[in-house]
Design a protein around this ligand. Structure first.
Ligand code: GLC
Length: 482
């Protein structure tokens, strides 16, 4: 597996969670998995051993366009058959961020991830006699691996089965045409059927054209990306390849996200102790964030603050929401304009709205635990993990009816006796307002609300079933896997 993020080492979002948890689950189920990722300046370093020799990573056609990349392997990884390899190339990776730092996005990300991809294949070639059974590349950063294996590394590599997973099609790795030679991509691929899009190189287009299987992270999103509204310009291309495209719903790490054992909480709780547990966690979070304590409902948001996530849709509704006794806790970071708008909201409604601009996993879990309702108003959402985390902590989700949100949250009916949350059409502020009103109404029916929350806590969001589906997918394309 090749990924720019792995949760236990360095991550900014769901990609890291998924690669870490999926590879761990596969490793526990006896698959031999190697995950290759860079060693960034910000990587949380576990104990490692260094491979005796570096691996060469060709990134251009000139004789000297080869880097020697060190390989560090994590020792004592708990997942039996999973190995984690970190690529050590300080000039490229030893920086204060994954994709950028305080000064902005790095200008050489194409080179950085080309080297990640090429070196990852070299690692796989050395770790297994005869090379890997399957290459599983995640998002545009690893799309280079699909291109290199298929086009430039010889016959044996060109035949290794490849799975390419799209976590977020909004990021496609679009580069100038000069990237073809500069980054040693096969020229024959610079055609509209493969890499070329309006005179430029589109890495995701190329990887999806050449992979044996394309996956995205929910069945609904797999259908959505074949339509103009959600295809980000690749809908026609993906429709042509739809026979190789499937959606496998993400799971979540049910050990790390477990209100029964979560050390970050003021009080752990299970289905039976939900009421006291949530009350205690709500009180503690209110103190932590400076919210006025009270008996009204708490709405939580944990999110990357980007246009995709639709958090801005809340703004016109907050006045009414807090007027009806609710409080709102927001934790996230991202787009500076959105960050400012959310800080302004907190200043306008002191004690009622709290905003923390942070990427803070323990605080995020305290928000899931304390919240009665959890908001995910995304404009598009390939899968979304936070709604599942929230349900596991007994917070009722309020979500836009898109992608993986559609696949994980069904509308509550029968006064809350069936279904799992409140659902509205994506981008529809009036619909969101209505959903908030419905949530307030359910809050006033504590028995029904608690029954609904308990039901959510019992759902199985583990990786067992998704991992089985990936295994079946690998077996379908790789003769050496049975
Ligand atoms: C991206 C998507 C999100 C998905 C995650 C993991 O962050 O935006 O919907 O859950 O990847 O696959």
């Amino acid at each position: 597996m090749i990924s720019s993020e792995v949760e236990c080492l360095a991550r900014t979002g769901g990609l890291g969670d998924v690669v870490d948890a999926l590879s761990t689950t596969l490793g526990r189920r006896d698959a031999s998995v190697i995950v290759v990722t860079p060693k960034y300046g910000t990587t949380r370093m576990p104990p490692t051993t260094r491979w005796p020799s570096a691996v060469p990573a060709r990134h251009g056609w000139a004789p000297h366009d080869v880097r020697d990349v060190g390989v560090l392997e994590v020792t004592g990884d708990l997942a039996r058959h999973r190995r984690l390899c970190l690529l050590d190339d300080p000039p490229l990776f030893d920086r204060g961020g994954i994709y950028g730092d305080a000064r902005g996005t790095f200008g050489d990300n194409d080179l950085r991830f080309a080297v990640l991809s090429r070196a990852a294949l070299e690692v796989a070639g050395r770790a297994w006699d005869g090379g890997p059974d399957v290459i599983h590349a995640h998002d545009w950063h690893a799309a280079f691996a699909v291109l290199y294996a298929r086009l430039t590394m010889g016959v044996a590599w060109s035949q290794v089965p490849v799975v390419f997973t799209l976590h977020n099609i909004a990021f496609q790795g679009v580069l100038g045409a000069d990237a073809i030679d500069r980054l040693a991509i096969g020229r024959e691929a610079f055609v509209p059927e493969v890499l070329e899009q309006m005179g430029r190189v589109n890495l995701v287009k190329g990887a999806t054209a050449l992979a044996d299987r394309i996956t995205t992270v929910s069945p609904t999103h797999a259908r959505e990306i074949c339509t103009p509204a959600f295809g980000f310009g690749l809908d026609g291309h993906l429709t042509a390849h739809a026979h190789r495209l499937t959606g496998i719903l993400n799971g979540i790490d049910v050990e790390r996200f477990d209100p029964r054992a979560d050390g970050a909480l003021a009080r752990v709780y299970d289905e039976r102790t939900l009421r006291v547990g949530k009350d205690r966690c709500k009180q503690a979070l209110s103190e932590e964030l400076g919210l006025t304590p009270g008996s009204g409902p708490l709405f939580g948001v944990v999110s990357r603050l980007t246009w995709q996530k639709g958090i801005d849709l809340l703004e016109p509704l907050v006045h009414d929401l807090v007027g009806r006794g609710a409080r709102l806790a927001v934790v996230g970071q991202g787009d500076p304009t959105l960050e400012r708008a959310l800080l302004d909201l907190a200043a306008r409604f002191p004690g009622r709205v709290a905003t923390r601009i942070a990427f803070d996993p323990p605080l995020s879990r305290r928000v899931y635990a304390a919240s009665d309702f959890f908001l995910v108003p995304s404009r598009f959402e390939p899968c979304g993990l936070t709604q599942m985390y929230a349900m596991r902590y007994g917070a009722i989700p309020i979500v836009a009816d898109v992608g993986g949100l559609h696949d994980t949250v069904t509308p509550l009916t029968d006064g809350g006796e069936t279904g799992s949350g409140f659902v509205f059409s994506s981008g529809d502020v009036v619909g969101l307002g209505r959903a908030l009103g419905d949530a307030l109404e359910l809050f006033d029916a504590p028995e029904a609300r608690e029954r609904a929350a308990r039901r959510l806590m019992q759902r199985d969001f583990s990786w067992d079933e998704p991992a089985r589906q990936y295994e079946a997918l690998y077996a379908a394309i790789a003769p050496r896997i049975s």
